[in-house]
Design a protein. Structure first.
Length: 383
């Protein structure tokens, strides 16, 4: 399940990053889960190291993350790294009705209820010696939460219609996209079960909080669907790349794969432009590449800022360096409520250099001078 994906940089160098995918991605419905998870962003690299430490233990794990962030991939990776020889069994707690979930988890004997014509093992027995992944654990009915807690405490299950307990050796990994602590306070989740599950907690950040993973994932999905669509090569315009980097991705990796797939279907000769991306806000989500519009919203660090600058270079803006410098100073000055000391500190420059720039950009009068700083001009040499 572990592979590598490559991020192509502007200098032509390819940098490898760990990638998690299902062994047979096509066997897993895209409507249910994310099918790839990459660890290129610094936050993701730290997450992978944390998961490795958790996997080495036998502790119950609770994975918390939004829908489509790759919680099952993390669970499978924990199982692979745990050294357990048994199977990995994934169960969605929200997929069963209240009257069936007990039979699904714990099994039943023949004749236990109408329609139970023969005995059947539950998912706990099926995962014996391995790992049971309970996705959307927050959807489990309260009555079942009591029975799950007993199984975790006693390490045995009792099938419906039976009296004899069956010992099990199962590591439990649970996942949720809801705040279980809040659910406990609301009376929708048992506090004792919450603490039993939350031995080792893994917080899986949404895609918007790890922008360094966006483009490696894009190229991973591009490569997958390029082969399916028999495209010789695929290129992305700078505008398309900017849109991908600056979109919020509420559907996370699952949504990203959909967007890439659609873009390759409608693109012409494998050239993807911003108009080929099916994004709700389209180009409105882009940071405008004109200096006068930068005050509208903040520019993120790293890939997004580089994307904006690259687009400006392509559009041939005159006086680019001066325009960028002017907007940086103006924005920092306004953000600091025109406090020169705070502005200089945030920009990492001396106050004298800042004053010179403020005058040059018309934010201070040419003859302006702070009270008590008649000799300040002598300090300018330090810059």
């Amino acid at each position: 399940m572990s592979q590598s994906v490559y991020q192509l940089h502007d200098d032509g160098k390819r940098e490898a990053a760990p990638l998690l995918t299902f062994s047979s991605p096509e066997a897993h419905s895209l409507s249910i889960r994310a099918r790839a998870l990459v660890f290129h962003d610094p936050r993701s690299v730290g997450l992978l190291e944390e998961v490795g430490r958790v996997a080495a233990s036998e502790a119950t794990v609770l994975i918390v993350g939004e829908t489509g962030t790759g919680k099952e991939l993390i669970a499978r990776h924990i199982h692979q790294q745990s050294g357990r020889n048994g199977p990995f069994v994934a169960v969605n707690c929200g997929a069963f009705s209240d009257n069936l979930v007990e039979a699904e988890l714990f099994g039943h004997e023949a004749g236990a209820y109408t329609g139970a014509s023969q005995a059947r093992a539950g998912w706990f027995e099926a995962a014996n010696g391995g790992t049971l992944f309970l996705d959307e654990i927050g959807d489990l009915p309260l009555a079942m939460q009591v029975k799950l807690l007993r199984v975790l405490q006693e390490r045995c299950v009792v099938r419906i219609g039976a009296r004899k307990p069956i010992p099990i050796d199962v590591r439990l990994v649970a996942a949720t996209n809801v705040d279980l602590a809040r659910a406990v306070r609301a009376g929708n989740f048992r506090m004792d079960l919450y603490y039993r599950l939350n031995v080792a907690s893994v917080q899986l950040p949404p895609l918007r909080e790890r922008p360094g993973d966006i483009m490696p994932l894009v190229w991973h999905f591009v490569d997958r669907y390029r082969r399916k669509l028999a495209l010789q090569s695929v290129t992305l315009s700078s505008a398309a790349e900017c849109a991908l980097l600056n979109y919020d991705w509420p559907g996370n990796i699952r949504e990203l794969e959909n967007v890439v797939h659609y873009a390759l279907i409608v693109s012409r000769e494998g050239k993807v432009d911003v108009g080929d991306l099916r994004l709700p806000r389209g180009e409105a989500s882009l940071l405008a590449a004109t200096p006068g519009s930068w005050n509208a919203e903040p520019v993120a660090e790293g890939p997004r800022l580089a994307c904006v600058i690259r687009r400006m270079l392509e559009q041939g803006h005159e006086r680019l360096y001066e325009a960028v410098e002017e907007e940086l100073v103006k924005t920092a000055f306004a953000f600091s409520r025109e406090n020169q000391v705070q502005t200089a500190k945030r920009l990492g420059i001396s106050r004298n250099v800042l004053r010179a720039q403020l005058k040059r950009f018309g934010l201070l009068g040419a003859g302006w001078q702070a009270p008590g700083e008649e000799a300040a001009g002598e300090e300018a040499a330090e810059s």
